[in-house]
Ligand binder design. Sequence first.
Ligand SMILES: Nc1ncnc2c1ncn2[C@@H]1O[C@H](COP(=O)(O)OP(=O)(O)O)[C@@H](O)[C@H]1O
Ligand SMILES: [Mg+2]
Length: 300
Amino acid sequence: MIEFRDVHASYGDATPILKGIDLTIEDGEFVAFVGTNGAGKSTTMRLMNGLMKPDQGTVLIDGVPTTQLKTSELARRVGFLFQNPDRQICSSAVRDELLFSFQAVGRLDDEARRRVERIIEELGFDGDADPFLLNRGTRQLLALASIVVLAPPVIVLDEPTTGLDFRECTEVMDIISRLHRAGTTVIMVCHDMEVVADFAERVVVMADGRVVGQGPTFEVLRDRRIMEEADLVPPQMVDISLTLATASPRFADAPVATANTLCEMQAAIEDIVVGDAAAPAMSKGNPEDAPFQGAVRKER
Ligand SMILES: Nc1ncnc2c1ncn2[C@@H]1O[C@H](COP(=O)(O)OP(=O)(O)O)[C@@H](O)[C@H]1O
Ligand SMILES: [Mg+2]
């Protein structure tokens, strides 16, 4: 468990950056941190791996303040992926980079070498390749692998999908959700609301060094007050359903007003159209002629 108790932090000058953060992250959760640039998300992440210490208040990992944990002890408990993976990579071969993770925590033994070979195979890396000659997506995968290989109980990921194309993003999120399903606590800063909606169980919204809202993902994403305060736009489907809910009393109580995903929205619209005598083609027609209807059926 990770706890923030009235945490204030700054970068050495008089400017306060975090202004009283209170948070609890339970074991096994998948929590996304969202907020505009400069909101204090990365600073909050740095406090979780002890790279930064609070000016005031306490950050506790499993009940122990980070100020009392040695760096190697913290690294064993919390794996950390930087916002820019290039800051994390320091070896001249993929295999060495993965081995270095174990070396850094003083565990470079035969078991470590086996795990490195296994992850090289699983992720399809060339163990001899120079990390700096890999493309951005593969370097990000390597940076992620160098944390994952240590199997920490908690991983903190600062914008793991930024700058990746769709396929690379899917690959990275696949690894992260597999880890989560296996019991790892995932704490992720993410600016892509669609990714947040797809993966996170809980969302923490930050603005100007404070937490301005937190709760189950869709409760937060559908809360206009929180989203406006943090100057954020919810995922497209949530935005559409909120707009429909306020646009017409016909929709206000219908499932379109509560749809969170494309699948739910399609099903909700289908129900309206099917129940609507004005649209006989959708209700009585051949499903082959109504791909939209067919798609809804398939997804369900
Ligand atoms: N190394 C640093 N030195 C001084 N100020 C910093 C440093 N890193 C971040 N800041 C400042 O702290 C504030 C919060 O930054 P950050 O935590 O990186 O926000 P976010 O990750 O939400 O974009 C910003 O105003 C930023 O300019
Ligand atoms: Mg940041």
